[in-house]
Design a protein around this ligand. Sequence first.
Ligand code: GLC
Length: 543
Amino acid sequence: MSEKTNNYLWWQTGVIYQIYPRSYQDSNGDGIGDLPGITKRLDYLSDTLGVDAVWISPIYPSPMHDFGYDVADYTGIHPLFGTMADFDRLLEEMHRRGLKLILDLVPNHTSDEHPWFLESRSSREDPKRNWYIWRDPAPGGGEPNNWLSVFGGPAWTFDEKTGQYYLHQFVKQQPELNYRNPEVVAAMLDAMRFWLEKGVDGFRVDVIGLMLKDPEFRDEPLDPAWNGFYPFAKLNHIYTSNLPEVHDLIHQMRLLLDSYEDRMMVGETYLPNDMLMKYYGTPEKLECHLPFNFQLILAPWKAATVRQMVDDYEAALIPDAWPNWVLGNHDQHRLATRIGADQARVANMLLLTLRGTPTCYYGDELGLENVSIPPEKVQDPPAVNQPEIAHIVGRDPERTPMQWDASPNAGFASPDVSDLWLPLASNYEEVNVASQLDEPRSMLNFYRKLLAYRKATPALLWGDYRSLDLQPAEVRENCFVFERGTADQRLLVALNFSGQEQTLSLSELGKGRVALSTMLDRQGEEDLATLVLRANEGCIIEL
Ligand code: GLC
């Protein structure tokens, strides 16, 4: 395996941890998390857990129609989350601990309360009219074309006063900016510059591939594969996403980042490999440092399928592109709910041993599951707008308060706070940080050991990857085994995706030493000719 030295950057070797700020730590008694709350938990992040970078979902002023993804001021802080002084303190305290801060940038759309939109909608002659996407009604009346909103219904809303429709691919309170207007590009780069000057280490860029749309506003074709279920999937979104021109825009954002030292950009990209690779850009025209790779979220949880997917992604990576993997985020059902609690450790071992940057979602280190939300508490727009498919598209269940301890309100808010913005999981008295720290073999202690092992292990940080062919067929179906290695270190990661014991026969590898098992009860030498993995067990084995 190839010789490499440690000249890797923080976003290549580090682990990114996503915080949904409304749900991490309330410090002022309103039942909603805030920035001083996150500052209070930095020791947990840097020492207890040992992550390297934190991505915080939007904290800007917002009427919260999409919980902060409707931004009313790109360079401010929502009073719910605190003040700019609170932000500066958070950043300073993070940097003091060696943690990097990644902000969420939402360039595709603003809030309908953003001053730019208020001006734009004030009259057809307003100088900012062309900052957004306005269209006349179709010739016979009605929406200008057939484009749909991700959250249900048409992507167009009629403005009575000026007699035109504006575009929004999410809720109607999220009008889309017009990036064919250079003033808009300049304004967004200015917003980025504001945070870069403060020392923010990077941006996670929301729906990065949506920023440009077809200049002819053509109807989108029906998707013949549509299963009649999720309305947005009815159309093939060829005129509203991944247009070739979007890459020029992303390159401009990258140039700005590169004018500062050591900053990064990770794009939100749910795409197949061939399209995904384009978001890295080319050597002449760089784009994202990391376009998010969400395949582990979308794939059926089967060892053979996941192996194939990892191999395909590795093979598709273009030269110099750094891989990355994600298991969960604020838009997806909780990992333990998706694949089953029994497999949560195996999945996290996979995430943290594959080649590339892992992104973890807060609470996955405890094995949190989706929380069922009583109807009167459902708040997420896709669930509210589409009650018949709310159980599928609703995102409240994965956004519930962090479970810190067994006290009333789980340490998320002070015990006397009467109402949390979303309910706590009913299991918080058993499943929380404090109780899991006390239990030597808990999920959290497993996570901590795994993170510490990863940090100390060059083969995992930047070593090569090679998956192994397994025999017989049953083992091949149920286990995923791969090697990671540098010139002087070789490791085997052996994962049992099934609920039955599996015996691996890897006699060509001789003997190995178990460094870490997902069950934390096993170490020492093994003859790899008969390596037994218990049900739902994963092991890292030093060769
Ligand atoms: C992204 C965000 C999601 C948000 C949407 C609109 O997909 O992750 O939470 O609702 O964009 O901004």
